[in-house]
Structure formats: structure tokens, C-alpha cells
Ligand binder design. Structure first.
Ligand SMILES: [Zn+2]
Length: 378
């Protein structure tokens, strides 16, 4: 017989909720949450579906955070099973969103059901903030709802994000922060001409070689105990008309930095532009700051309680880390909320044949329940 967590996970996974679509996932969650006594609100902002639910009026509030949207399935012919038909094979559940992160949402819901049944009058409050815009621009999702909560003085003290934080086995890694993300969109401007008459042209490819190599070779910092060193990676570069006898007029490139708190966006921008200017490049650059670094100290009470619960429940202590891509945890952190991310193994996220181990799905629900107990009643 399928467990309640598996049933709910499959129900969510059968809905093709590619960003920003929700396909009824949050309505389904509402039915579970209202049955447990949560007050549920839906906020639809520019086609993005958001659900906020809360049970209790006391502080502190633990907010479970997650997203019902998924990235596109990608190459359908490479999937062994249809991506939106959840399929169990050899004790693994396959579907787009199985690890990132509909299984976590199912585990959060069933953990709350059992916890509330045992401790209906527990101190503190439990909340859910679920969006359908985590994998997209993330403007009308968590960020927008937190603004509403701030105006109502309902910012949660604690946030547990269910993103797939684990590497090899469940909760071997928990994320306590993230590096910042900064992207530069750079155009190096030359003058188009005939390759036989270079004196009448200005070749932006030649202009770019030395400064771009210099930028790529910068050591930004050494990182800190909980942050790897900052890193700049070029992601795209284009120039040329396709013809072999034309010097192009422009070179376009973009690069992204994942940076630690040891480096600031202002320092990065000044350094990059300083190199371009030093080499006499004519250029235009647009900077997009995806997020500043954030971090909840590991000796913080909330982080310690979650980490010790993991150790008690699973028999090993989690590695507390700040690696990986951005998550909505960054928006909570801006308001002073203490944030930890604990979720499934991330080996298959955003890939074809995304999956979660069924036993780990059940363990995850048990772990979330144990975290609730440790935070509110022990
Ligand atoms: Zn995710």
C-alpha cells in the first residue's frame, strides 16, 4: 500500500506545473492544510500562484518554504518514463519535480499532519509559503509574499526550505546560506570592416582577448569557513558575421559570479570595468545582481536544533554548507529570518529521469516531524 506521503507526492507530480504554472497543486495543498486547521490564502500575482498558510498566533513561527513549479522536462525521448506520469521502479519514484521539490512538499504536509495530531495545542505557529515562481524570475513569488507578511508583521522567525540539499544520502548536507550571484552582460564595441583592410576597422575580438583573460584569472578571495572562494565564469561569447572576410563590429559576452561575503558587488564591478578601461576598450556593460550572500551562523539555536535532529533521526550529522545554486531562502534571510535548507538528494535535479528514493521520501517526512517536535515541544 502506498503511504500518504507517496500518494500526495504522486498527485503533485502528475500535474505539469512548469514555471509559472501551478496546475492546481496549491489548491490540492489547501485541502490538506485547511483540514489541519490552517488559514490559507492564495495570492495570484502576474500569473504566479502563491499560497500562504498559517496555524497558530503565537511566536515563534516556523515557515516551511517551497515551490510547486518545475523546470521543463527537456528531451522527452531521453526519459525512461513520461515526466508527468509518476512511476515507481526499483524503489525509486521518477517524475519531473520528484527531487526538486514536490516530494519535499508532500513530506512537509504529512509531517505536519502527524505532529498536529500528537500536539494540537503546541506552542508557536507553523506556516507554509509555497510559490509557483522559484525556477523562473522569482519576482512575483516568495519575495512578493514576504512584503505582504512584513506589512502585517508576520515575518517568520524560522524558515525550513525543502530544496534538495543532500548529496549522496538524505540530509547528509544542509544549507545554511548561499553565495551571492552577479551577472555581467558585456558588449565590446569595435568597427566592422574587411579583413584585408584592418587599418579601416577596429576588431572587438582582438580588443577582448587580453582584458577577458585578465578578468577570468582574478582571484577574488579565499572564501571563509562556510563559503567557498568567489568564482567568475564566462557563460556565453559571440562575435562575427559568419563570413571569413569580415571583421565584426561587436563582441558580446556574459559572465556570472558566485561570491562570498568577502567580496562585494561594488568591488567586482569596479574591478572588471577597471580592467576594460585600462586596456582602452570601448564597452557597454549591464549588471544584474541576483542576490547577495546570506548566512545563518551554525551555532544559532535554530540551526543547532535542526542539525541535532538530523543526527538523532538519521544517525549522522549534516555537513552545513553554502554551496549550490540560489534558492528562495535568500528572500527570507533579508528579513532576519533564520534559514536552513534540508531536502532530498540533488543528483538528478533538472535532469531527465529525475527521481527520489522512496525510503528517503518516508525518512524525509519523519525527519520534518522530528524537527517540529524538537523545535516546539522538547
Ligand atoms: Zn527547487
Amino acid at each position: 500500500m502506498r503511504s500518504k506521503t507517496l500518494e500526495l507526492a504522486c498527485d503533485l507530480l502528475s500535474r505539469p506545473s512548469v514555471t509559472p504554472k501551478d496546475e492546481g497543486c496549491q489548491q490540492l495543498l489547501e485541502s490538506y492544510l485547511t483540514a489541519m486547521g490552517f488559514t490559507v490564502e492564495h495570492h495570484i500575482i502576474n500569473n504566479v500562484s502563491n499560497l500562504f498558510a498559517i496555524r497558530g498566533t503565537q511566536k515563534p513561527t516556523l515557515c516551511f518554504a517551497g515551490h510547486t513549479d518545475v523546470v521543463p522536462a527537456g528531451d522527452l525521448s531521453s526519459w525512461r518514463t513520461p515526466p508527468f506520469t509518476p512511476t515507481i521502479e526499483k524503489n525509486k519514484l521518477y517524475a519531473r519535480g520528484a527531487a526538486d521539490m514536490k516530494s519535499s512538499i508532500a513530506a512537509m504536509i504529512t509531517a505536519c499532519e502527524r505532529f498536529i495530531q500528537l500536539y494540537p495545542e503546541h506552542p508557536g505557529s507553523i506556516a507554509f509559503l509555497i510559490t509557483s515562481d522559484e525556477e523562473g524570475p522569482a519576482l512575483d513569488g516568495t519575495q512578493a509574499i514576504l512584503k505582504i507578511l512584513e506589512a502585517r508583521q508576520q515575518i517568520p522567525e524560522w524558515c525550513l526550505v525543502g530544496e534538495p540539499s543532500s548529496t549522496v544520502k538524505l540530509a547528509d548536507t544542509a544549507k545554511i546560506g548561499r553565495r551571492g550571484s552577479l551577472t555581467g552582460y558585456l558588449k565590446i564595441i569595435g568597427k566592422q570592416g574587411h579583413v584585408a583592410y584592418p587599418q579601416l576597422a577596429l576588431n572587438p575580438i582582438h580588443q577582448a582577448f587580453i582584458p577577458l583573460a585578465e578578468i577570468a584569472a582574478i582571484t577574488w578571495d579565499q572564501g571563509t569557513e562556510f563559503f567557498p572562494p568567489s568564482s567568475l565564469q564566462f557563460a556565453n561569447i559571440q562575435a562575427g558575421t559568419g563570413a571569413a572576410n569580415v571583421i565584426p563590429g561587436i563582441l558580446e559576452t556574459n559572465f556570472n559570479l558566485r561570491f562570498s561575503p568577502e567580496t562585494t558587488p561594488e568591488h567586482i564591478q569596479a574591478t572588471v570595468e577597471g580592467i576594460l578601461q585600462k586596456h582602452g576598450c570601448e564597452y557597454h556593460i549591464d549588471w544584474i545582481l541576483g542576490g547577495k550572500p546570506f548566512y545563518t551562523a551554525p551555532d544559532n539555536d535554530f540551526i543547532r536544533k535542526v542539525a541535532t535532529t538530523i543526527e538523532k533521526t538519521l544517525g549522522y550529522a549534516p555537513l552545513l554548507s553554502t554551496t549550490g545554486g540560489t534558492s528562495d531562502g535568500r528572500f527570507f534571510a533579508q528579513y532576519g529570518t533564520q534559514v536552513i535548507e534540508v531536502g532530498p538528494v540533488n543528483a538528478t535535479i533538472h535532469q531527465v529521469n529525475e527521481c527520489i528514493d522512496i525510503d528517503e521520501l518516508e525518512q524525509l517526512s519523519a525527519l520534518y516531524e522530528a524537527i517540529l517536535v524538537n523545535l516546539f515541544v522538547s
